[in-house]
Design a protein around this ligand. Structure first.
Ligand code: G4P
Length: 202
């Protein structure tokens, strides 16, 4: 997705060989026009998939998911990282290991938010080690629902997430794939499938 790559180049900050800061538009500040474009792009990629629900995880997955849900005219559910006052039991849960935080975190979704007949699109802001997306996928499976695929805003292709997800049989659509963050610069994956999608959608 050309616009997203441009915004990453213009506003992203490479903090190290492994970490890209995108607080300007995705992780802290949120760019509504960019989110709207992202929603249109995910919707175009999954429009034939018969999505009935979008599942994401708080917090940074919510903005791109909401715009996609608007486009696909389907409901959005976000997994919580902490139980809320009103959400104590009747939950689907998964333990997700965060490599950045070096600890397990339990993520949960109320059982009434997913049904067996749902065909779920999982969306997240970053794909790094794939643990968050795998946790969401296991929640969908526990609900007996189907997974149409995984939509990722920024994929760090030099980390194992994509391989893990595709190895689990999941369709992965990433809007920007980063091959490397070394030498203090962002290098995108060349000739990625995304380019051919863009060509057909323009
Ligand atoms: P995973 O999500 O693929 O399993 O990988 P990991 O455990 O490494 O990621 C944990 C958290 O760090 C996630 O956010 C993820 O989005 C974020 N993250 C991973 N790599 C990067 C990066 O290069 N840049 C930025 N900005 N974030 C990265 P989270 O803790 O769930 O945060 P949030 O959704 O509440 O904002």
């Amino acid at each position: 997705m050309k616009l997203l790559k441009q915004v990453i180049e213009d506003q992203g900050v490479v903090l190290s060989d492994g970490v890209l800061k995108v607080d300007a538009f995705l992780n802290h500040g949120i760019d509504p026009e960019l989110m709207s474009e992202i929603g249109r792009e995910f919707a175009a990629r999954f429009e034939e998939a018969g999505i009935t629900k979008i599942l994401t995880i708080e917090s940074s997955g919510i903005a791109p998911s909401l715009m996609t849900a608007l486009e696909l005219k389907c409901p959005l559910v976000f997994a919580r990282k902490q139980k809320s006052l009103t959400m104590q039991d009747n939950l689907y849960s998964a333990d997700v290991y965060s490599f950045t935080k070096e600890k397990y975190q339990t993520i949960s979704v109320s059982k009434d938010k997913l049904t067996k007949t749902d065909n779920v699109l999982i969306i997240d802001d970053f794909l790094a080690n794939g643990q968050a997306a795998l946790g969401l996928a296991s929640i969908v499976q526990d609900a007996g629902a189907s997974i149409a695929g995984v939509g990722i805003v920024i994929e760090k292709s030099f980390q194992p997430g994509r391989t893990l997800l595709t190895g689990a049989g999941l369709r992965v659509e990433s809007l920007a794939r980063i091959a490397s963050l070394s030498e203090n610069k962002v290098t995108f994956v060349k000739n990625e499938e995304a380019e051919s999608h863009e060509a057909t959608n323009c």
